[in-house]
Ligand binder design. Structure first.
Ligand SMILES: [Zn+2]
Length: 399
């Protein structure tokens, strides 16, 4: 097979491509169906054994289906996107995996253990509201019945959507046998940030996924007439909001965290009414849990109410070490180690006990979840070579 990575990108480029509006490839839609059909075709074209697991994730096995006795080395990522996303977030990992296998075959490499490529289903969670949906169901983090009952914005349930894509909902759920048949996993992903541009490296190995919490802040005021209430008599929650916004920014900068007020609910939200209350969302992430805690401590006077908390996920140090060694032999220097503030299927698999590592390919704009994200073709090629070298070394891992 001599299909370049660039050609692979061209083959799927027309799918969900809205031009300047970016790529919209939500899970279990017509666009997703086209991408899944393409993945299957690529697997069959290469003589790989194709199958769909109980959670709707697609797999292509080189060297046959793995078993717990002869577990596989797996790689891959996701083909779905956020609404108006970029070209690379997700597809780069799947397409690089296909290209890496082509490269290994061209080199005459024969794996001792099965090697698997995965296209995980609904990684972005843009349609049914749960990120890493496919791997969370696969690993049993989400109850399948609750998952199937979730509805999208049009009221279509996941069960109905899966039906349309010929996924057996009776069999939908966790697949512990498959997880036991994976020795280790490596996800390649476009960088979602600016670090590699600043460091000057085409590639990095991930250390961990940052801890991440969401809170809600309710700022209470008193509604009144915008024309007849003197300024001195007002109890306007917008003033508290202004204080909150400044405090969030200052605290995040002080503690080397990132904090975002991304959604506001104004009650009653009228142009001629002083607001009765404002409810602000607050998303805080940092490299370490102490930093997130310090930001929240700074904001204690606003009484934030916690909605969700995800602790740090550290990737497997031994797999990451093997990957780093293999990559450094290919690129001539030890790749930098980066944490990430974004969630990934790799983190879900690691938390489920699959030894997992990640590779990041430099993003020259640093932008993510927008068509502005970009990786240079040369860096993507370096990613393929690095991935191939890492898979080869992982395969030889227990020699
Ligand atoms: Zn992604």
């Amino acid at each position: 097979m001599h299909i370049s990575l660039q050609d692979l990108f061209e083959q799927i480029d027309g799918i969900g491509n809205g031009g300047e509006l970016g790529y919209t490839r939500l899970a279990w839609t017509e666009e997703d169906a086209q991408l899944r059909a393409w993945f299957r075709e690529q697997a069959e074209l290469r003589g790989l054994l194709y199958e769909v697991d109980r959670a709707g994730n697609q797999w292509a096995w080189w060297g046959g289906r793995p078993t717990p006795e002869d577990p596989a080395i797996t790689t891959g990522s996701h083909l779905d996107s956020v609404p108006g996303g970029g070209q690379f977030d997700g597809p780069l990992g799947v397409l690089s995996a296909l290209a890496a296998i082509d490269l290994l075959r061209d080199q005459g490499f024969e794996p001792r253990h099965p090697i698997g490529i995965v296209n995980t289903s609904d990684e972005e969670g843009a349609r049914f509201g749960i990120a890493c949906f496919g791997t969370r169901v696969l690993t049993g983090v989400i109850d399948p019945d609750q998952a199937l009952a979730r509805a999208d914005a049009d009221g279509i349930t996941l069960a109905e959507a899966l039906d349309e894509h010929e996924i057996d909902t009776d069999d939908y759920g966790a697949d512990p046998m498959l997880l036991k048949s994976i020795a280790c996993h490596l996800e390649l992903h476009v960088e979602q940030g600016y670090a590699l541009g600043e460091i000057g490296s085409p590639i990095a190995v991930a250390s961990h996924i940052w801890p991440h919490g969401r809170w809600e802040v309710r700022l209470q005021g008193e509604s009144n007439h915008a024309g007849t209430t003197p300024m001195g008599r007002r109890c306007d929650p917008m003033n508290q909001l202004a204080d909150l916004i400044v405090a969030v920014r200052e605290s995040a900068v002080r503690h080397d965290a990132v904090a975002t007020i991304g959604r506001l609910t104004v009650i009653p939200n009228g142009v001629n009414v002083i607001a009765a209350a404002v409810i602000a969302s607050l998303d805080v992430r940092a490299s370490h849990e102490d930093a997130v805690g310090a930001v929240l401590a700074d904001l204690a006077r606003f009484a934030p109410r916690r909605e969700s908390w995800t602790a740090s996920t550290y990737f497997d140090t031994s797999v990451s070490g093997i990957v780093s060694q293999a990559v450094s032999e290919e690129i001539g220097s030890v790749p930098p180690v980066l944490g990430t503030g974004a969630g990934h299927d790799a983190g879900v698999l690691q938390n489920a006990g699959v030894p997992t590592a990640m590779l990041f390919v430099r993003n020259t704009t640093g932008a993510s979840h927008t068509p502005a994200e970009h990786a240079d073709p040369e860096d993507c090629e370096t990613g393929v070579v690095a991935l191939a070298a890492a898979l080869q070394t992982m395969d030889a891992g227990d020699e």
